[in-house]
Design a protein around this ligand. Structure first.
Ligand SMILES: *Cc1c(COP(=O)(O)O)cnc(C)c1O
Length: 464
């Protein structure tokens, strides 16, 4: 064994302890550090050459803390409101550490209970989102992968309807495909590109006036205009205004039209945890496939999401990985036959830990507190003449802009001026440049809302 490596092995408990201390410091200082480091500090450094001889884990830890850690964002913290970003609950973090420590490849039943742990966790998630046993679930690395997997199953379903097999003969066997959606997330187009259906297969369907929710009557007409079976992507929680398609109305169209219903509920599904907001997700269980992100509002570390489907048989047809040394498909296919990847970390463990630790009520409290924080920031900004809300706060996102001269450049200056205290991300809503503040971190409190509002106000004055 290499001498440095052998020395690290000899003092492994000490190294883990030093790493634990570094992690604790990083978390203890989350509140005091800038949310996003000033642009100058984030400028690219010259890369260091590959070390010929290493100096061991302690030296690597010191180098990381010196060179890289100061330039990372405080995205695990309470005022990082960009994109839709979750933190990591204490239990989720513990689960993630142990995932790495055990370093399981939980893709087959040949060597341990990793898959069973994943199935137990999927069962808990199903209950959380009010889904029934007809929805099988699989862990993937994020909502983009979940959407891609769901749409791959949709592709195979189209083949079943048309009497061809895209997984055997290629997507071209389907001929032209139409994927209808109101306000789909950008990852849907990416998935269609990956799947050989093409971004141009996406047919935009009009949304309701002033909304991002699909107009069910327009969807009805678009389906009537589609020759043959189609795919509908319903959206349960759009990123700009957290609008929800009327999932029951969309599903009811199946009485008249032949389509696969995929629902992107990446973070919107968590509305099901709050009794006051659960009606937004009514009809979620009618989906043939659906996407839920876990590294957002479940607050587990990256990378984690789940893909649910009613047709695991079609999923296995797409993703089966037949080899002499792997198990047969059977009724409960090994995970190696269900997702784009083969080897697969014990990704479910962080979700298992946080659900085991805090339960449905603990996670309900996180969701409801984040919604209350979004409402409070919405109220602060709508009461300030410098700002204008572009949509009501339906759930956990505040979509707002400057009341005067809301150009992309001015909004960028505003974001930059506030970035040490609060991080928000840019968007464009119906042609108007805007900003989004998304609440999905378990640490965020009303005190953070006041600090964020104050920072935005001061930044607006600064750039005036
Ligand atoms: C975040 C998000 C995605 C993509 O999720 P990743 O985890 O970044 O892959 C897809 N759809 C919606 C609605 C999202 O909010």
């Amino acid at each position: 064994m290499d001498r440095t490596l052998a020395a690290d092995l000899a003092r492994l408990p000490e190294l883990l302890e030093a790493t634990r201390r570094a992690a604790a410091v990083a978390l203890e200082t989350l509140d005091a550090r800038p949310v996003v480091v000033p642009a100058a500090a984030a400028a690219p450094h010259d890369p260091e050459p590959l070390p010929e001889h290493g100096t061991g884990a302690a030296a690597a830890l010191a180098a990381f803390r010196h060179r890289w850690e100061p330039r990372l964002s405080a995205s695990a913290g309470p005022r990082y409101l960009g994109f839709v970003t979750g933190g990591a609950t204490p239990a989720a973090l513990a689960g993630d550490w142990l995932t790495a420590a055990h370093d399981q490849n939980s893709n087959s039943a040949l060597d341990g209970a990793g898959q069973d742990l994943e199935r137990e966790t999927v069962g808990w998630l199903r209950e959380l989102f009010h889904l029934g046993p007809e929805h099988a679930g699989t862990f993937v690395s994020g909502a983009t992968m979940s959407n891609t997997t769901g749409l791959a199953i949709a592709r195979e379903w189209l083949g079943e309807r048309l009497g061809v097999s895209p997984s055997e003969d290629g997507a071209a066997a389907l001929g032209p495909v139409r994927v209808l959606s109101g306000a789909p997330h950008s990852s849907i187009a990416k998935a269609l590109s990956v799947l050989g259906l093409g971004r141009n297969s996406l047919v935009p369907v009009p949304t309701l006036p002033g909304r991002e929710a699909v107009d069910p009557a327009a969807l009805d007409r678009a389906l009537a205009d589609t020759p043959g079976p189609a795919v509908v992507v319903a959206n349960a929680g759009t990123v700009n205004t957290v609008d929800f398609d009327d999932l029951r109305a969309v599903a009811a169209l199946k009485e008249r039209h032949d389509f696969w219903l995929h629902t992107d509920a990446a973070f919107g599904a968590f509305a099901a945890l709050s009794p006051d907001h659960a009606p937004l997700t009514a009809g979620l269980d009618a989906s043939d496939s659906l996407c839920v992100d876990l590294h957002k509002w479940l607050n587990v570390p990256y990378d984690s999401a789940v893909q649910f489907t009613r047709r695991q048989d079609l999923q296995a047809r797409v993703f089966q990985n037949s080899a002499a040394y792997l198990g047969p498909l059977g009724d409960h296919p090994d995970l190696v036959h269900l997702t784009p990847e083969n080897s697969h970390r014990l990704r479910a463990l962080a979700a298992w830990f946080t659900l085991r630790a805090y339960g449905r009520q603990g996670h309900r409290e996180i969701v409801e507190r984040d919604i209350a924080c979004a409402r409070a920031l919405g109220a602060e900004l709508s009461g300030d003449p410098a700002f204008r809300l572009l949509a009501p706060v339906r759930l956990n996102v505040v979509c707002f802009t400057l009341a005067e001269d809301p150009t992309a450049a001015r909004l960028a200056a505003l974001r930059e001026a506030a970035a040490a205290e609060v991080f928000v991300t840019p968007t464009v809503l119906a042609g108007t440049p805007a900003l989004r503040a998304a609440f999905s971190n378990w640490r965020t409190t009303q005190a953070d809302v006041r600090r964020a509002a104050e920072a935005l106000r001061m930044a607006a004055r600064e750039i005036a």
